[in-house]
Design a protein around this ligand. Structure first.
Ligand SMILES: Nc1nc2c(c(=O)[nH]1)N[C@H]1C(S)=C(S)[C@@H](COP(=O)(O)O)O[C@H]1N2
Ligand SMILES: [Mo]
Length: 314
């Protein structure tokens, strides 16, 4: 008998919501967890931030951790899960520098304690036309930026991710200039929805998803959310992100999710939700869902772009 995804999804959603609700209860000692899982558990409370808890069924963890873009470990979707396991995530430091009064190198253990961890359920929309819903764990990037005190000259924030030839076989390929660099305007970086993430699905980040810490900017295409960060630099001039350097005609600095502005090679009007098309004759008849302006976060972020021509500043 064939079961349509539309028939099974509500039940799975219901079960996952129960798990999430359980996670929201005051943290009790999880007696039944085996040792390794106990050490991995990342205690977090559910976010109270408007827009931070999406009421859509989360993507299966199995899908979110095996279908990845992390070009440092290969350009095929199934390469990061296989190749990234060799990544050493301890010790790890992140240098926060540039136009700041108090530049500082933070150790990963300090970063884990810097602010209270929250669970946030965000839509992630890849520029390639697929999306997922991921329960991240972390805190607003603004909590970290406040610590270093940006100067009056700081206008942009550049995010530099690890580039180590020994650990990352993908660096041998010339698809991008390494290290992978992304950037935001300072107001975007300080927006409360901009998340510095250390975990997902209640645990520390898997390596293929950007361990030990990554950025998550939910209203922008996924490539703005750099994985495995090592340097955060505040600047007075607009930095050049790796994708803009690689192809300025196709990728712009802002890269806000916008169904009305197509990629030069394909439409951005709709998307395929990963996991929804299983059983539908290999996805042939899988329904696509409309892509939402600012990925559904317009209420929270549109004011930052008031008066801007979003076709020009794509
Ligand atoms: N360092 C680095 N960060 C990266 C990428 C990458 O190749 N290298 N890919 C980006 C892209 S294109 C997407 S869609 C998201 C995917 O995140 P996920 O694998 O956790 O879903 O990571 C982004 N961050
Ligand atoms: Mo992407």
């Amino acid at each position: 008998m064939k079961i349509l995804p539309s028939e099974i999804t509500p039940r799975r959603f219901h079960l996952q919501r129960r798990t999430l609700l359980a996670a929201a209860l005051p943290v009790a000692l999880p007696v039944a967890l085996p040792g390794a899982a106990l050490a991995q558990a990342l205690p977090a409370s559910r976010s109270g931030l408007p827009g931070a808890l999406l009421m859509e069924p989360p993507t299966r963890k199995q899908d979110a951790t095996s279908y990845n873009n992390f070009y440092e470990f290969g350009t095929e979707k199934d390469e990061p899960v296989r190749q990234a396991q060799r990544l050493r995530t301890r010790p790890w430091t992140v240098s926060v520098e540039g136009e700041v009064l108090k530049p500082r190198v933070f150790g990963i253990e300090d970063l884990l304690k810097l602010a209270p961890m929250e669970e946030r359920i965000y839509r992630l929309r890849c520029v390639e036309g697929w999306s997922m819903v991921i329960p991240w764990i972390g805190y607003s990037l603004s909590a970290l930026l406040r610590q270093v005190e940006p100067t009056g000259k700081a206008k942009f924030v550049e995010f530099v991710t690890l580039a180590d030839r020994e650990q990352m076989p993908g660096l041998r390929s010339g698809v991008l200039d390494w290290p992978y660099v992304e950037a935001l305007r300072l107001d975007e970086a300080l927006h409360p929805l901009t998340l510095l993430s250390f975990g997902m699905y209640g645990e520390l980040l898997p390596k293929q998803n950007g361990a030990p810490l990554r950025l998550v900017v939910p209203w922008k295409y996924g490539f703005k959310s750099g994985k495995s960060l090592v340097r955060i630099r505040l600047t007075d001039k607009m930095p050049t992100p790796s994708w803009v350097a690689a192809n300025p005609r196709e990728y712009g600095f802002f890269s806000n999710v916008n169904p009305q502005v197509d990629h030069p090679r394909w439409s951005q009007a709709s998307e395929r939700r990963i996991g929804e098309d299983a059983g539908n004759f290999g996805g042939l008849f899988a329904k696509r869902r409309p892509t939402l302006m600012f990925n559904g976060y317009a209420e929270q972020v549109a004011s930052m772009y008031a008066g801007m021509d979003l076709r020009r500043f794509f």
